[in-house]
Design a protein around this ligand. Structure first.
Ligand code: COA
Ligand code: AMP
Length: 639
């Protein structure tokens, strides 16, 4: 007899339309769809074509209409400002209606883009929901990105309006946002009509008359605005993510499929009932923040926590336990790096004993590989299921997970569990044939992808096809490599492209290389992701200087570190680089990044058979040892 999980998974693949039309009954439709799955233009698929919805209506208004007015919708918990503030669904509605009115007064309407460059404050959530309310398309830019990255997003999204705040707060530091915003506006070719700036008292910003508007003043004159029905296939948001090059990819999310899928995951994946308190300790600038701080919990009628703080240092390693106890969180979702930070500061879990965590039922982790040590530590400490799950900005919700709302499966350390219903995950070799069970290959998902996943890239359907669909006909290329074992458990091992994962943040080494290469003394460079006990990976730069450069290497290294911070932002966490005489390459000129990464990690490696100059590896090894890496002598021999 097949298990509940196996039955659900099989049904979702055998008859996806039936499966997802069932899930769609959890959503309010202004107009029902004509076709559940529009597969008339493969490889482009659309879910719920012909249907009309409004995401904000589903996340806010309908709960007020259905009797949840007085239930807490959003708890803003900000240890960095000493604030805890709860918004009921009725209060959330009243804020969102007015912010929507403010946007509408500046001409924002259906299909217009709004860039949101704001910190972890309630107004950011209001802004996202308000944009959705008007049928416009929001694009949230993470505060750790510098002005040039923001400019690239403004030029691609071409927003009518930019919403921002005077500052963010990082631990005990106030980080001004406005200077980066001003750099961005100067650098981009597209001119947004208005910049609306929320002044936070910790650091106010200077406004430029005629262009910048004070948020409070703009809001004061705004009248509440209702929900605008949009096509289910219309875009709700664009979220930029790192790819192989410095040009970020605009992941598009639709309205209808996204509502259906996210609502379904709350009970089936996370095992959470409407009315319960759910907390995703992430940032609104990342997909986890979009999906699981804002949309999924609110659409599902939960209480969501917006936490402006860190796992440690705000004020201590007990911060997460305080939030869980104080607000009655039943399910926590965060990145393994947050737990590694807590473990580093409080290895014995002293702070846990100071809080009542009895309501917490499960901990979900994602965003990077969950190392078995951290898994075990968290499990022993909390005595609840600790569940690794795998997903991407592109997918918007998990590809593999232990769906405890359907059936709790045994966990296997190192595995992010089995494919969630809707996902047909395969492992393919370079020849396109399925890999044997347990053999590593490219992790791909059979098309069509389930609802809520990316239908395309913003303004770049060809890039979407080339990046994700061309490698293996009929499959979506995840960019991850891994294997599936005999029991059907998926193990995600590494990226197959130049993306690295730093503290659960996805970054492009290619983008960093572009910045390093722009330094006048740098002839050639490579950036690799090296292992780090806290952040999982950290970028490490290798620089070859132009001939004739006789300046001190320390000065050049410090300049390139500053350059990456200025051009990409502090989030890149680029702090280390080393000058080397040459880069190891294959005879066809391909830089051997994987070999250098292994060398830096002190992991075993063998001399690549195709290397053009075998003598260079010992020199690279010596340079790496000089900065504290590569604590193992190179191996010799072919391979
Ligand atoms: N605005 C401005 N700057 C930001 C920022 C933001 N929103 N977020 C991060 N930064 C800055 C940090 O202050 C830091 O700057 P610094 O080099 O001047 O110290 C830099 O970007 C790197 O940030 P990060 O890699 O996050 O390091 P950290 O030391 O500040 O924090 C952790 C480390 C592990 C505590 C933190 O990364 C964390 O909590 N991660 C887990 C949760 C998470 O965000 N997951 C994302 C996906 S689920
Ligand atoms: P992002 O788009 O920023 O969410 O990053 C997605 C990438 O993070 C994936 O393609 C993986 O490389 C990595 N990732 C996410 N979750 C996991 C996980 N549970 N295990 C291993 N890697 C993961």
């Amino acid at each position: 007899m097949s298990s509940a999980y196996e039955t659900a998974h099989r049904q979702s693949l055998e008859d996806p339309e039936r499966f997802w039309s069932g899930a769609a009954s959890g959503i309010h439709w202004f107009r029902k769809w004509d076709r559940i799955l529009d597969d008339s233009r493969p490889p482009f698929y659309r879910w719920f074509a012909g249907g009309e919805v409004n995401t904000c209506y589903n996340a806010v208004d309908r709960h007020v209409d259905a009797g949840r007015s007085e239930q807490a919708a959003l708890i803003y918990d900000s240890p960095v400002t000493g604030t805890v503030r709860t918004f009921t669904y009725a209060e959330l509605l009243s804020h969102v209606e007015r912010v929507a009115g403010m946007l509408a007064a500046y001409g924002v309407g259906r299909g217009d883009r709004v860039i949101i460059y704001m910190p972890m404050i309630p107004e950011t959530v209001f802004a996202m929901l308000a944009a959705a309310r008007l049928g416009s398309v929001h694009s949230v830019v993470f505060g750790g990105f510098a002005g040039t990255e923001l400019a690239a997003r403004i030029d691609d999204a071409r927003p009518r309006l930019v919403l921002s705040a005077s500052c963010g707060i990082e631990g005990d530091r106030v980080v001004p946002y406005k200077p980066q915003l001003d750099i961005a506006i100067r650098a981009c070719t597209h001119e947004p009509e208005r910049i609306v700036v929320l002044q936070r008292p910790m650091r106010t910003a200077e406004l430029i008359p005629g262009r910048d508007v004070d948020w409070d003043q703009a809001l004061a004159g705004a009248s509440p605005h209702g929900c605008v029905p949009v096509a289910a296939t219309d875009p709700l948001y664009v979220l930029y993510t790192s790819g192989t090059t410095g040009r970020p990819k605009g992941i598009v999310r639709d309205n209808g499929g996204h509502l259906v899928a996210l609502n379904w995951t709350m009970d089936h994946v996370y095992g959470v009932e409407p009315g319960e308190v759910y907390w995703a300790a992430s940032d609104l600038g990342w997909v986890v923040g979009h999906s699981y701080i804002v949309y999924a919990p609110l659409v599902h009628g939960n209480t969501t926590v917006l936490y402006e703080g860190k796992p440690v240092g705000t004020p201590d390693a007990g911060a997460f336990w305080r939030v869980i106890a104080e607000h009655g969180v039943v399910c926590l979702f965060t990145a393994p790096t947050a737990f590694r930070a807590i473990k580093r500061d409080d290895p014995r879990g002293y702070f846990v004993s100071k809080h009542d965590l009895t309501r917490l039922r499960s901990l979900f982790l994602a965003g990077e590989r969950l190392d078995p040590d951290t898994l075990e530590w968290a499990q022993d400490l909390l005595g609840i299921p600790v569940l690794d799950h795998w997903w991407q900005t592109e997918t918007g919700w998990p590809i593999t997970a232990n769906c405890i709302g359907i059936e709790a499966l045994p966990t296997k350390p190192g595995s992010s569990s089995k494919p969630v219903p809707g996902w047909d995950v395969r492992v393919l070799g370079p020849d396109g044939r399925p890999s044997k069970s347990g053999a590593i290959g490219a992790l791909v998902c059979k098309l069509p992808l389930p609802p809520g996943t990316l239908p395309s890239l913003w303004n770049a359907p060809e890039r979407y096809r080339e990046t994700y669909l061309d490698a293996y006909a009929g499959y979506y290329l995840t960019g991850d490599a891994g294997y599936i074992d005999d029991d059907g458990y998926v193990f995600v091992m590494t990226r197959t492209d130049d993306v690295i994962n730093v503290a659960g943040h996805r970054l492009s080494t290619g983008a960093m290389e572009e910045v390093l290469a722009s330094h006048p003394d740098v002839a050639e460079c490579a950036v690799v992701g090296v292992a780090d006990a806290l952040k999982g990976q950290l970028p490490l730069g290798l620089l070859v200087l132009k001939s004739g450069v006789d300046r001190g290497h320390d000065a050049i290294v410090s300049e390139v570190v500053q350059l990456v911070r200025r051009e990409i932002g502090p989030v890149a966490a680029f702090k280390t680089a080393v000058v080397v005489p040459r880069l190891p390459k294959t005879r066809s000129g391909k830089i051997l990044r994987a070999t250098m990464r292994k060398m830096a990690d002190g992991a075993p490696y063998s001399m690549p058979a195709t290397i053009d100059d075998p003598d260079i590896l010992p020199e690279i090894g010596a340079a790496l040892r000089g900065i504290g890496y590569a604590r193992q002598e190179p191996e010799t021999g072919g391979g």
